[in-house]
Design a protein around this ligand. Structure first.
Ligand code: PBG
Length: 326
């Protein structure tokens, strides 16, 4: 006869109230950051084919949207811009009346308390689709790119951004951006660094949404090899040392080991980006009736938080906030 167990973990799982008492991780709308794609034109809410339920928005639509986001209790958005035209250095990226600069002003005028984060990268603005200045060999030139990023963040700060988020994995970007902001008198603007950003195929749907695929090659000369965990910790430490205020790991679910190790090593707030491919996979499976969308999303976001994220960038932010309320 098998021995009778003395220790029975199931005792605390017996009722909903008991489970609630011992729950270790609680997801709230405060944890969420909603990514927004902004485009030129008027009265536009252009569906994104690869990301059902997500849209490219014209600036005039942003005030109402911002109010809805804030009403759901979501504290922040992160902006991605689709410029009117592209060139070798991505000029609209640092134009005073560029699409993101307009969007920041519109949101801040409508809902001043909504935290506006801007993605700081060149791939949406350059005609070659890479995240920096490219030389004749197709190599992204590091230090010349830093000068452009400095101009971009100063223009975002002037428009009213609260946080800038360099996402290009360019060496020294955090230090260069901090210096540029401080020189411009924007000491209050914080930096959320895409510190450990992997060269991931999970970004596929985003590149349609932001019209930002590289026109040649891929991003493996600047984004990280998915095989490398120790290098990710080194990247996180470097960005912390350069003055980042928040560190990000991206993508989220396939990299929870990195997130968990980062949590043990750094004191800064940690963000995780639940990226477009993670979103699209859930959408596709749910559309086929293969999974329960709500439960899979809340489980995924809770797992990301449990692994160590304080903040989660997710296209599911609005749905999740609604589901958490009901
Ligand atoms: C810009 C950028 C990308 C994403 C965020 N910022 C695309 C890329 O690096 O190619 C991806 C976000 C997502 O997939 O949801 N560099």
């Amino acid at each position: 006869m098998s021995p009778v167990p003395v220790i029975r973990p199931r005792r605390l799982r017996r009722t909903a109230a008991l489970r609630r008492m011992v729950r270790e991780t609680t997801l709230t709308p405060d944890d969420l950051i909603y990514p927004l794609f902004v485009t030129h034109g008027r009265d536009r809410q252009q569906p994104i084919g690869s990301m059902p339920g997500q849209f490219q928005w014209s600036v005039d639509r942003l005030p109402r949207l911002a109010e809805q986001i804030a009403t759901l209790g979501i504290p922040a958005v992160i902006l991605f811009g689709l410029p009117a035209s592209k060139d070798a250095i991505g000029s609209e990226n640092f134009a005073a009346d560029g699409i993101v600069q307009q969007a920041i002003r519109a949101i801040k005028a409508a809902v001043p308390e909504l935290v506006v984060i801007t993605d700081v990268c060149m791939c949406e603005y350059t005609d070659h689709g890479h995240c920096g200045i490219v030389d004749e060999h197709g190599y992204v030139v590091n230090d010349a790119t830093l000068d452009i990023l400095g101009r971009v963040v100063v223009s975002h700060a002037a428009a009213g951004a609260d946080i800038v988020a360099p996402s290009g994995m360019i060496d020294g970007a955090v230090a260069a951006i901090r210096a540029a902001l401080d020189r411009a008198g924007a000491q209050q603007v914080a930096i959320m660094a895409y510190a450990a950003k992997f060269a991931s195929s999970f970004y596929g749907p985003f590149r349609e949404a932001a019209d930002s695929p590289p026109r040649f090659g891929d991003r493996t000369q600047y984004q990280m090899d998915p095989a490398n965990g120790r290098e990710a910790l080194r990247e996180l430490a470097l960005d912390a040392a350069e003055g980042a205020d928040i560190l990000m790991v991206k993508p989220a679910l396939p990299y929870l080991d990195v997130l968990s190790q980062a949590r043990q090593r750094c004191e800064l707030p940690l963000a995780a980006y639940h990226v477009s491919g993670e979103y699209a996979m859930i959408k596709a499976a749910a559309a086929n009736g293969w999974i329960d969308e709500r439960n899979v999303v809340l489980e995924s976001l809770t797992a990301i938080k449990r692994a160590g994220a304080d903040l989660i960038l997710t296209y599911y932010a609005l749905d999740a906030a609604r589901w958490l309320r009901s």
